[in-house]
Design a protein around this ligand. Sequence first.
Ligand SMILES: NC(=O)c1ccc[n+]([C@@H]2O[C@H](COP(=O)([O-])OP(=O)(O)OC[C@H]3O[C@@H](n4cnc5c(N)ncnc54)[C@H](OP(=O)(O)O)[C@@H]3O)[C@@H](O)[C@H]2O)c1
Length: 312
Amino acid sequence: MSLVSLALPAIRVYWIGFRVVLHQLLRRLLRPGWPLKPVFPLQNGNVAIVTGGTRGIGYHTVKYLARLGMHVIIAGNKEKEGQETVMKIKEEALNAKVEFLYCDLASMKSIHQFVQAFKAKNYPLHVLINNAAVMLVPERKTEDGFEEHFGINYMGHFLLTNLLLETLKQSGTHSHNARIVTLSSATHYVAELRLNDLQSSCLYSPHGAYAQSKLALVMSAYRLQHLLTAEGSHVTVNVVDPGVVNTDLYQNVCWAAKMVKWMTGWLLLKVPGEPRRGCIHINLCSSFTRVGRRWRLLSLQRAKDKICGRLL
Ligand SMILES: NC(=O)c1ccc[n+]([C@@H]2O[C@H](COP(=O)([O-])OP(=O)(O)OC[C@H]3O[C@@H](n4cnc5c(N)ncnc54)[C@H](OP(=O)(O)O)[C@@H]3O)[C@@H](O)[C@H]2O)c1
């Protein structure tokens, strides 16, 4: 295993991170009031599932949707933390329709059980937010033997989405499409999809594995939108890159990046809970009702260049 093959994915990921941060800073300096704070319509009667809604971007998404009257189900892998989050959001959002259902995306069995429990409630499903993720974790495997980034970030959400697709199709209407929103990342721009080693077992680079899982999500979202459009169903698929947001996702970055984040985070990074962009915007903004749209120019062409989407 050469040092260069390990260092290259890391350099690429930090490089793209630097570019996104610079972009955020310039936009903040040059257009301080932009984009304008949106006013979203009430969402009473609508149901959403948010994976990983116990902290970070997911937590703030749940809170925001609950404030708008949506019935939100948090799909998470820590029961106690999940129940505490529900109590907190119910108090803060003054909405009693927030629930926690156990779902460990590292386990296919758990995902099946989650969907079974959700379907037993006979709820419709208007929004599925594939938010949960791990980043830069050491090499380890999920219960089903997948490399963790690929298993949780991609395979887990792939299975969940497919098991819930029928319910989404039944809940979407011509005037109000159901939505699948997947959180990707700018790292997909620099990712390589290694089809002969998707589990990164020949060469494990945490940076490469994270970026690869995010590229896989982008590609499968485009493919799914294509299939849904072809069959005329009222479900849209969108991929969102939230930018660089100050959350626990960065707990495994190198110490130098942690130092930079600690010193400059207040200036350079976004804070979670910013509803002007990102998945909340996509869920609720009417311009996203018709087709799966690109957000922050997640690059279909680049994904296509890397490999044909049919393979995922
Ligand atoms: N923050 C950023 O700058 C940034 C940039 C680009 C993209 N994104 C994307 O935005 C999304 C949210 O990130 P974040 O910054 O909010 O991260 P975060 O604060 O680390 O939150 C991640 C969430 O995923 C959950 N999760 C992890 N493993 C899970 C599993 N096996 N089963 C179920 N849930 C699991 C975590 O739950 P536990 O606490 O129980 O582990 C947590 O609630 C991710 O998809 C990330 O890739 C973030």
